[in-house]
Design a binder for this molecule. Structure first.
Ligand SMILES: Cc1ncc(COP(=O)(O)O)c(C=O)c1O
Length: 328
């Protein structure tokens, strides 16, 4: 909580949980409870919130809902397009105004990843988010930032801090690297009824690991404009840029921010991404797919322990994989 409030966000309550999905489920419950009887959520195209019934409903991927009921009403906005930042911002803001007008008082929250994770490593910007968060504030719609993937990977512990959005962070979720997951929120959102509880919200081992991770990140200068996250993320992206000039048909990008690094393989189809990932796996380098149209391959190098030598080795293996991919 101390880290979350470090530059002004009003986040002084914390509820632990065992998964990122559950942290988001609790965030949604807090928002719905606060804004009852509002029953809609605003999210971005390609959102990924987890795999419970509510978070699968919010997640913008039909396959992840196959055979499942849609349990919450979600209205989607287009995300920022770095190739057309002004146009995409205008489009998103216009669409937001239309939604607020179409469903007055019906939105319980705006839910967003500051940097889209599973959706394809698309980066938000201060300007883009501010242009959306100001009208959301005016309309009294709470803002949830999902940092389950982005926490600890940018110049600041939270990506909302990296983007200077502290004043808009009403409810924030973290997970993955923290081991124990959490929903952070301010006093104004403290539920007035018994809507939140779990038998086990985290094991003592996961809580200890999470605390140790936080200490290690501070002790190893991961944060700051010249901190390790920025430095190593840029080093990784520069190396990918060299590879993309060597294999212009096979790799486009790089994309992402800090220790969230991605590129688009081949023609951007899922099939080509899978083919390259299989070759990479055989060579000994692990990536994950993200996004759709185009499908990208992403890397999540762990802060604290990743070194330039690890990245050099990863690039060597990727170079060999791209060579084989280009000959296939
Ligand atoms: C942004 C985001 N939110 C939520 C989740 C769900 O977390 P978990 O898999 O721990 O339930 C993920 C997992 O990838 C995620 O990337």
């Amino acid at each position: 909580m101390e880290l979350a409030a470090q530059s002004g966000a009003k986040l002084d309550h914390c509820l632990l949980s065992t998964s990122g999905a559950m942290a988001n489920e609790n965030a949604l419950k807090i928002a719905f409870h606060h804004k009852a009887p509002a029953d809609r959520i605003i999210a971005f195209d390609n959102a990924f919130a987890g795999r419970t019934l509510a978070t699968a409903s919010l997640t913008d991927k039909a396959a992840y809902r196959s055979g499942l009921p849609v349990t919450i009403n979600v209205d989607y906005l287009p995300f920022r397009d770095s190739a057309n930042p002004e146009r995409s911002q205008r489009w998103a803001v216009d669409e937001l105004h239309r939604l607020i007008k179409r469903f007055p008082g019906k939105h319980a929250a705006f839910w967003a990843e500051p940097i889209a994770g599973e959706g394809g490593y698309y980066e938000g910007s201060t300007e883009f988010f501010t242009a959306l968060c100001e009208p959301l504030r005016e309309a009294g719609i709470p803002i949830i930032f999902d940092e389950v993937q982005s926490f600890s990977r940018t110049s600041r512990p939270f990506a909302f801090q990296h983007l200077g959005l502290d004043q808009f962070a009403d409810i924030v979720t973290v997970g993955k690297i923290t081991q124990v997951c959490a929903t952070l929120y301010g006093e104004a959102f403290n539920p007035t009824g018994p809507i939140l509880s779990q038998t086990f919200t985290g094991s003592s081992a996961s809580i200890t690991t999470g605390l140790s991770m936080l200490e290690q990140m501070e002790a190893n200068q991961c944060f700051g404009e010249t901190g390790k996250n920025v430095e190593l993320g840029n080093y990784f992206r520069q190396a990918l840029e060299h590879l993309s000039s060597k294999y212009p048909q096979e790799i486009r990008g790089p994309f992402g921010c800090g220790m969230m690094v991605a590129f688009t393989p081949g023609d951007g189809s899922f099939e080509q991404a899978k083919a390259l990932m299989t070759i990479m796996y055989e060579k000994g380098i692990l990536g994950f797919v993200c996004g759709a149209n185009p499908t990208r391959i992403r890397f999540l190098p762990p802060p604290v322990v990743t070194t330039r030598e690890h990245i050099d080795l990863a690039i060597q293996l990727l170079d060999q994989s791209l060579q084989q991919f280009s000959e296939a």
